[in-house]
Design a protein around this ligand. Sequence first.
Ligand code: MLT
Length: 410
Amino acid sequence: MAKINSNYQKLQAGYLFPEIGRRVRAFSQQNPEAKIIRLGIGDVVLPLPNPIIQAMKLGADELAQRGTFKGYGPEQGYDFLLAAIAEHYRSQGASVEADEVFVSDGSKCDTANIQEIFALDNTIAVTDPVYPVYVDTNVMAGRTGMSDGKGRYAGLTYLPTTVENKFEPALPEIPVDIVYLCSPNNPTGAVMSRANLQKWVDWAKKNEAIILFDAAYEAFIQEPGHVHSIFELPGAREVAIEFRSFSKTAGFTGTRCAYTVVPKELMARNDKGEKVAIHSLWMRRQTTKFNGVSYPIQKAAAAVFSIEGKAAIEENISYTMENARLIREGLSSLGFSVNGGVNAPYIWLETPGKMDSWAFFDQLLNQCHVVGTPGSGFGSCGQGYFRISAFGFRENVEAAIERIRTQLKL
Ligand code: MLT
């Protein structure tokens, strides 16, 4: 009989967001009249802006003509989009060449897939709390032992990010080969300071480690001076891979488009101790396993960088960040301790009396019909925290705060 990859059996329960979906569906079936407000998964609600939709339509029209029809595109992405992305990086003070950009169907997939080009005996560090994809994919690959039942797996190095350290991960005290960093952070909403990120880059250089830098939320940074791309920092091109996405930035969660930058200088060693370029490995992986993002979607993504596209997405980001402000200030005025929500679309609140995160989830759902995300779903240091997403319609955000004010009885 065929055998399974037993590493999958080490995974804890289901993936976080389907589990939330399951509980919400069960509640909804028992309470069909309840008007549920969903501020759980960070999914966009605003329609795609007109300049982006127009570009998508024009792209689709081209496919309807013999002279402009396209079949398979380049796996890495069309040149027009790669050039626009490289130019955008330059405008942010980061040096990235167009042929270092790999367009894909999502940062979730890229941050999940990247680990497979690295040896199984690399030591891996993640923050705690953490976006679960980084952990689960390393569990699936066999880089960990069993879970302790509280969200930690043997063999991974966890870097706590809590109120005490202002959600800034400290450098690891034991040797680590690969570290996942996410800034602005999902789920804490914190942004790493330039000085701290530079320390990480210097550490990685000294230790021949690699930083997998998830910058999917960089466009939500509101305060000046923060790092948008790790490649703004000296030395980063030798130690980092960066992931970015059009999903939250420009409303592509349904249409799917993202990109990953692998600088040509980035090296790691093979079994013989020789240095090998990661760029060529990722290229090899993508050309074998991925056939590119569809042409109309890449046209739409390129329009995000046009003058009109930029203005439109800035408006949507401002809308979301105003929601974040309302949630932050609303909850804070009700006595909650809130973090994040200033440079990221997530508010990370401390549950009253450090109450269990899932218990708080159930109370909020039952009493207020509001859905958030239990912090413990992101790791053991997330216990006693709760994430609220600012992606939502303004009226729902306002109604959610009002319901929490008037209906939540703890
Ligand atoms: C989240 O809510 O954390 C995100 O929507 C998940 C994702 O981007 O995959």
